[in-house]
Design a protein around this ligand. Structure first.
Ligand code: ATP
Length: 916
């Protein structure tokens, strides 16, 4: 019954957010349907559209974003900036207007860059969040539709199963084994049992057993019901303003860097104070001059732009990952992905294509093959020698079971056949059609009375049907050894006979060894009058019919991705519910290991945690596992020091996803429960996308190291030069305002460019970073010290060379400022490749970001040197072209020294130590 068009005012009267709200738990299902003018066929599309117009989309109002102006102000709320602003005030008060103005400009430019980039990062994250917006199944005009959960309206009939997130408040019309995790509403961690019926009017939320509430998760079972409230009118919408909260742009690494910057600031301030005292007392500096020098130094050395650049680097990583079909739900995953040392993956659909084709049917009488490819119902049964298939009663019954104990449908779109539902079940519909059955007619003739849905835990599905002449039959399909264990005999030829276990084992092993997925079938005639199935009635006394073998080829891109992982020192483990033999054959085709070792779930159960730890590194295939095994496997791997990425799709996978370092949920076949628990969602369910995300994760980490590796020593070089000049009472090679100028011009150009670096070519050819490896690795510390000294040499070299050539102090200082910027540019090229030489064509060409940054810096330097007003402001003076060339030569020399150092270091420190 499709709903009639509802009178708007009436629908309005029954709006769940009016005074009668919350009372649906105390009403019958029929009353609720009448009130919402709906029925078991759901609404019609037009009416649903109309209601959407009235009630609005089913979503909670997003938490108000901070206003842009406040967000801009927040950029200044930082210890580093306070120090800089104090410095600017001091400079202005002491009459050094230019110095003060430059510091203010430094602060403003940093704030603007931070503000703009942070806004872009947030926008990117929002767009990505939309890519994984939840979906829900509703009945409209009698048909199931999967729709965006935002389009659910009151009166919609919503269908739910284990793993779904309840998309609205719902009055149950039917429930089977339904339990719901309502912790989000009630705080109760044990799932609540749900059933049809009427609860007391004053029942508390947790006792309203016939209601499901938006935002809760279906733990087990199935059911459907009427949506009684959507959006902000739902219970969760009323009590919570937490949902839809904007995720903070922060990660452990970012916090570590903020903390580092803060400590560093105080260190810099303290050192500057000491230097000030020394300059005034021991070197008889005028105190105002001394103050300006130390202020400029503090400004120069403090990496005030670093946190913003690193946020940008992370956001760019998130965007690049999304472009490669991996959506990061929690920002810290970007960092962790780069350190991943083991990826545990499901098989079906992730490593394989999940395009199933039934290849053969084996019964007691013999094996029958099938012609045709894909889901197209074209082809026929053929004997093993290629001739026509012999008649076989057991096979006919098996094929009938395959069609009826099955929820899939085939759809034909212009000759392109595809499956609605489980691909393996789709392949069985194709099999039935090839055998001459008409799916719709057969399913109508044999109406389904009851079912036990498939569950990874019990590994079978059973249905009860009533056929012509009121004949009733139970059909079961499932993992063959599981179904065999439920049987007492086997079908034909002729009468039933005892089960020939050896025969079936041999059939199953042969198919599995070829990588085929095998399914067993059985049937029984229930006792008269039975119209419901209990678990116990179907788990014994069945008659085994035979097995079907399916092929599900590995994804080509997964083969390449596995090879990439092996080169990158990342272990790949296949964790599957499938048969040991099948899983190993597929693992071999994917080249997961040279000789993949396998262990079955049952054997795993017999191992203690310590024993599991001892073998877990060696084993690459875990077969016939249940989701509970995943948790133990993750823990064992983590105990062995691994950083583990784990895939999952079902509701029972949630604990393992949460336990792993990077939980990866399937975007297509994954349940909402798995997505909620995961840190990352794959839009295409593809193993290759995980590896792509690891690749990007490594790049992000590399780029962060590059940003730090560039920023700290360039700041350090300038500082060291001036400190040395003061300590030894030499003429300052740069004035305070010139130091500020360098800082202004390079941090927002050169420093930012490294955030946009593409991956280094060898990014997936080196081992993963160690768990807990410090960001400032020994190598980076060495680099900071070495480069700081090198820059200091450059500064004094340029300064004394210019003086020796007879230049004035102003000209010599101009040469020094130019030399510093030029060396920073050359050093940038050196840092772009931490793991290989930068002397290559791609190394020399750079990226648009690098070239743009250099362009800006060069133009600024030309202005600094030649523009008269700049000369006035900064005390600079024009220098000759020859001197310009000499400065570039100095840059080249720096680069050569650094490349030699890199080559030597790569020998001294093999890659692993290099990172640590
Ligand atoms: P993976 O865990 O890699 O995705 P899988 O799909 O084989 O592999 P499960 O879905 O846990 O894992 O299935 C386990 C076994 O249960 C399968 O190997 C098959 O024998 C059986 N099975 C799977 N789907 C069904 C179904 N719809 N009906 C009956 N039995 C099924």
């Amino acid at each position: 019954m499709a709903a009639k068009t509802v009178n708007v005012t009436r629908a309005h009267d029954t709006r769940p957010n009016n005074t009668r709200s919350g009372a649906w738990h105390a009403r019958t299902a029929a009353e609720t349907c009448i009130a919402f003018e709906t029925g078991t066929d759901g609404l019609d599309h037009q009416e649903a559209g109309r209601r959407l117009g009235i009630y609005g989309p089913n979503q909670l109002p997003a938490a108000a974003r901070t206003r842009p102006f406040l967000r801009f102000l927040a950029q200044f709320n930082n210890a580093l900036i306070y120090v800089l602003l104090c410095a600017a005030t001091a400079a202005i008060v002491l009459g050094h207007l230019v110095d003060g103005a430059v510091i203010v400009i430094v602060v403003l430019v940093n704030a603007v860059v931070g503000f703009v980039q942070e806004g872009r990062a947030e926008q990117a994250l929002d767009a990505i969040r939309d890519m994984i917006a939840p979906h829900a199944t509703v009945l409209r005009e009698g048909e199931r539709h999967t729709i965006d959960a935002r389009n659910i309206v009151p009166g919609d009939i919503v269908v739910l199963e284990a793993g779904d997130k309840v998309p609205a408040d719902i009055k149950l019309l039917r429930a089977r084994g339904l339990t719901v995790d309502e912790a989000i509403l009630t705080g109760e961690s044990v799932p609540a049992e749900k059933s049809e019926g009427v609860a007391a009017e004053n029942a508390p939320l947790g006792d309203r057993f016939s209601m499901l509430y938006s935002g809760t998760l279906v733990a087990t079972g199935q059911g459907y019901g009427v949506a009684t409230a959507t959006g902000a009118s739902t219970e969760i919408g009323r009590i919570s303003d937490l949902i839809g909260k904007v995720e903070m742009l922060t990660t452990p690494l970012l916090r570590q860097i903020n903390e580092f910057s803060r400590q560093f600031t105080w260190f810099a301030v303290a050192t500057a104070a000491a230097l000030f005292v020394f300059a005034v007392l021991a070197r008889s500096y005028d105190w105002v001059d001394a103050l300006m020098v130390v202020v400029a130094l503090a400004v120069g050395v403090v990496p005030e732009g670093l946190p913003a650049v690193i946020t940008i680097t992370l956001a760019i990583g998130v965007r690049r990952m999304a472009a490669r079909r991996a959506v990061v739900r929690r920002l810290p995953a970007v960092e962790t992905l780069g350190a991943t040392s083991v990826i545990c993956s499901d098989k079906t659909g992730t490593l394989t294509k999940n395009q199933m084709t039934a290849r053969r049917v084996a019964t007691a009488q013999g094996v029958t093959g099938l012609s045709g490819a894909g889901y197209a119902p074209e082809g026929k049964l053929v004997a093993e020698d290629g001739g026509a298939a012999e008649p076989d009663g057991a096979r006919d019954r098996l094929i009938q079971a395959a069609l009826l104990c099955n929820d899939a449908r085939l759809v034909d779109e212009d000759g392109q056949w595809s499956v609605l539902g489980d691909p393996m079940e789709g392949a069985l519909v194709t099999l039935a059609a090839k055998a001459g059955l008409h799916p719709e007619t057969e399913r109508e003739a044999w109406a389904r009375l009851d079912e036990i849905p498939f569950d990874a835990q019990h590994r079978f599905m059973a249905t009860l049907h009533e056929g012509p002449g009121s004949e009733r039959r139970v059909f079961v399909k499932g993992a063959p050894e599981r179904v065999l264990a439920m049987c007492i005999d086997q079908a034909g030829p002729g009468a039933t006979r005892p089960i020939d276990h050896a025969y079936w084992q041999q059939r199953i092993d042969a198919a599995a060894a070829g990588g085929e997925r095998v399914l067993g079938f059985a049937t029984m005639v229930p006792d008269a009058g039975v119209d419901r199935m209990a678990f116990a009635t179907v788990t014994s006394g069945l008659t085994f019919l035979g097995v079907v073998g399916f092929i599900d080829p590995p994804r080509e891109e997964a083969i390449a991705a596995v090879a990439e992982c092996r080169a990158a020192g990342i272990g790949v483990k296949m964790i599957t519910g499938d048969h040991n033999g099948t899983a190993r054959a597929i693992a071999r085709q994917l080249a997961i290991a040279n000789d993949p070792k396998a262990i079955e779930g049952a054997a795993l159960d017999r191992l203690t945690d310590a024993e599991l730890r001892a073998v877990v590194d060696e084993v690459s295939v875990f077969a016939r596992t249940t989701p509970e095994h995943k948790l133990r496997i993750v823990r064992a791997l983590q105990a062995n020091g691994h950083i583990v990425a784990m895939t999952g799709d079902g509701v029972n996978d949630a604990p393992a996803l949460k336990q792993s370092d990077v939980g990866v949920a399937m975007g297509r076949k994954g349940t909402e429960a798995a997505k909620e628990a995961a840190q990352m969602v794959l839009l295409d369910d593809n193993f290759a996308s995980i590896v792509a995300a690891v690749h990007e994760g490594r790049t992000v980490y590399d780029n962060i190291r590059k940003v730090i590796g560039w920023t700290l020593p360039t700041n350090g070089g300038e500082t060291l030069s001036v400190v040395l000049a003061i300590v030894f009472g030499l003429t300052l090679p740069m004035t305070p305002v010139q130091i500020l100028w360098i800082n202004l011009i390079t941090t927002v150009t050169l420093g930012l460019a490294l955030a946009f670096e593409p991956s280094e070519p060898n990014v997936m050819r080196r081992p993963p970073r160690r768990r807990g490896a410090p960001l400032l690795s020994r190598f980076l510390v060495w680099r900071i010290v070495f480069v700081s000294f090198l820059f200091m040499l450059g500064v004094f070299g340029a300064f004394y060379l210019a003086l020796w050539r007879g230049y004035t102090q102003g000209e010599a200082r101009t040469a020094v400022v130019n030399a510093v910027v030029v060396m920073e540019i050359f050093y940038l090229f050196n840092v772009r490749y931490l793991h290989m030489t930068s002397f290559s064509l791609i190394g020399a060409v750079g990226t648009p970001a690098v070239l743009g940054a250099i362009g800006v810096a060069v133009v600024a330097q030309i202005a600094f040197t030649y523009a008269p007003f700049m000369n006035d402001l900064f005390g600079s003076a024009p220098i000759s072209l020859v001197d310009g060339l000499l400065i570039v030569a100095l840059g080249v020399l720096t680069m050569i020294v650094l490349e030699i150092e890199k080559a030597v270091m790569r020998k001294v420190w093999p890659t692993a130590a290099y990172m640590a």
